[in-house]
Design a protein around this ligand. Structure first.
Ligand code: NAD
Ligand code: UDP
Length: 308
């Protein structure tokens, strides 16, 4: 198949392109390189079936494709808050452009949605039927509401135009090829620990997240795209939940770092807890994460050691 991956030069997108190429597909990677990097896709250049194009999803584009994975959107709070209006346009206008392309080419299209559609959740773990607790006017709204609107667009294109959609809600995922300056917690803590710099723990560190290693996530994403019955939304993530203080301590231990933890103010609207209920993915695909946190952190630490 010929497959378009928007945001293909980013962290998840580059792993996805690699997986698809190794399965024998032709891959077009589309990216504006806002948070993505050529270094992430350089290793893919030797695949004859790989091409990349510098393009912004808020502008329409034409290609004859069989499948579309729509990943274009900055995912780290510091990057998506840098130009929030652009973030909304990327999610909303980008979704309209991708869905228009899917409609014309009759391609199956997958949306990389997010656990952020649940906002600061009042129930835990979060099930797909939970409608969320998002502050629509806060500093995270550009991302959360942009992604929620994109989900609405996907289901309306499905109902109104019969577009073959797949929607996944990704929970915090980490691994090699995260950018040194990405700003998300796992890469921040590892880079700070390897440099023996202070570990920046926001708030008192009692907020929780649950982290999925990239290989597990990509495996679930591709398997969900390939099945023929379910549109989603389906949660993909690792249900092992822990506090950010525990994460900081674990990273310090694994890197044998001399870093000290410093507490910085908690950003506005920072969700207090987040943990996926993955029963739906389990029942549909028999999918669940295989890589334990410390194993995934070790691999990620090795990656950052190699590039720092
Ligand atoms: P990332 O920032 O590394 O990758 C995003 C990619 O999209 C980058 O290559 C960036 O340059 C590109 N991009 C941004 N705006 C664009 C635009 N207007 N036009 C074209 N390209 C554009 O982030 P990631 O972690 O790889 O996330 C990929 C997708 O998965 C995002 O849509 C994100 O919302 C979603 N997601 C990721 C996570 C996670 O934990 N990694 C969690 C939930 C959802
Ligand atoms: N965080 C932190 N220090 C950092 C970066 C993030 O303590 O240097 C916290 C952040 O406040 C949040 C959690 O780690 O509670 C996860 O943040 P991240 O930006 O990775 O993703 P989020 O899940 O908030 O979108």
């Amino acid at each position: 198949m010929r497959i378009l991956v928007t945001g293909g030069a980013g962290f998840l997108g580059s792993h996805l392109c690699e997986r698809l190429l190794k399965s024998g597909h032709e891959v077009i990677c589309l990216d504006n390189f806002f948070t993505g990097h050529k270094a992430n896709i350089e290793a893919l250049a030797h695949f004859p079936k790989f091409e990349w194009v510098r393009h912004d999803v808020i502008d329409p584009f034409k290609a004859e494709v069989d499948r579309i994975y729509n990943l274009a959107c900055p995912a780290s709070p510091i990057h998506y808050q840098l130009n929030p209006i652009k973030t909304i346009k990327t999610s909303v206008v980008g979704a309209i452009n991708c869905l228009g392309l899917a409609k014309r080419t009759r391609a199956r299209i997958l949306q990389a949605s997010t656990s952020e559609v649940y906002g600061d959740p009042e129930i835990s773990p979060q099930v797909e039927s939970y409608r969320g607790n998002v502050n629509p006017i806060g500093i995270r709204a550009c991302y959360d509401e942009g992604k929620r609107c994109a989900e609405a667009l996907f289901f309306d294109y499905h109902r109104q135009n019969g577009v073959d959609i797949r929607v996944i809600r990704i929970f915090n995922t980490y691994g090699p090829r995260m950018n040194v300056n990405d700003g998300r917690v796992v890469s921040n803590f590892i880079v700070q620990a390897l440099r023996h710099e202070p570990i920046t723990l926001y708030g008192d560190g009692s907020q929780t997240r649950s982290f999925c290693y990239v290989d597990d996530l990509i495996d679930g994403m591709v398997r969900f795209m390939d099945q023929d019955t379910e549109t989603g939304p389906v949660n993909f993530g690792n249900p092992h939940e822990f506090t950010m203080r525990k994460l900081a301590e674990t990273v310090i231990r694994l890197t044998q770092s001399r870093s000290q933890i410093v507490n910085l103010p908690l950003p506005n609207d920072d969700p207090k807890q987040r943990c996926p209920n993955i029963d739906k993915a389990k029942q549909l695909l028999g999918w669940e994460p295989k890589v334990a946190l410390e194993e995934g952190l070790q691999k990620t630490i090795l990656y950052f050691k190699s590039i720092l």
